[in-house]
Structure formats: structure tokens, C-alpha cells
Design a protein around this ligand. Structure first.
Ligand code: H2B
Length: 96
């Protein structure tokens, strides 16, 4: 069972994940991506999906045309864990 991040790990989040923000009222992080068009957005989602499967950790997301909104939280832990940080960093590497 994964554990939620401790205070020291949370203090590192802004530097580690500057493009992500905390979700209000929930222990989760959020980032919105924009792409040139739907094809580029879907290509990104395909790469993230394969990556998420290898990590055994999956995003909550919403897509409309060129926009992909991603929320990360660890359901098994009831909040943010190091799995979310690892997935967010990998998503940043894919999505820019
Ligand atoms: N994804 C997320 N975001 N949180 C989880 O707790 C989680 C998951 N658990 N993907 C995984 C799957 C777990 O249910 C399986 C058994 O690995």
C-alpha cells in the first residue's frame, strides 16, 4: 500500500513540478496541456497511457480537441504519493 507524501516531500513539489498545481479541496495535482490539434493531443495521450501502464499508475484525465487536463492522485493511498510525482515527471518529459 503506497503512503502519502510527507511534509518534506511536499515542500519539494513546486521546484520539482513547477507546471503542476494542487487541486482545491483534494490531495491531488493538476496540469493542463495544449497541443496543435486533436491528433497531437491523442498522440500524447497514447504515449502517457503506455507509460502509465508500465508504472502501474494511471491518470484521471479529460480531453477536448487539443486540450488534455490531467489530475494525479493515488487512490490506494487516499492522496498524493511518490507514484504521482514519478508519473508527473514522466508526463512532463513527454508533453513538454
Ligand atoms: N492509479 C492511481 N492513480 N492510483 C492508484 O491507487 C492506482 C492506480 N492503483 N492504478 C493501481 C492502478 C492498482 O489498483 C493496481 C492493482 O495496480
Amino acid at each position: 500500500m503506497p503512503e502519502t507524501l510527507d511534509a518534506a516531500a511536499r515542500a519539494e513539489l513546486p521546484a520539482l513540478l513547477p507546471d503542476w498545481r494542487m487541486v482545491e479541496g483534494r490531495d491531488a495535482i493538476f496540469r493542463s496541456f495544449r497541443f496543435a490539434d486533436f491528433s497531437a493531443a491523442w498522440g500524447f495521450m497514447s504515449r502517457v497511457a503506455l507509460l502509465a501502464e508500465t508504472q502501474g499508475h494511471h491518470p484521471e484525465w479529460f480531453n477536448v480537441w487539443n486540450r488534455v487536463d490531467i489530475t494525479l492522485s493515488t487512490h490506494d493511498a487516499g492522496g498524493l504519493s511518490d507514484k504521482d510525482v514519478a508519473l508527473a515527471r514522466a508526463i512532463d518529459a513527454i508533453g513538454g
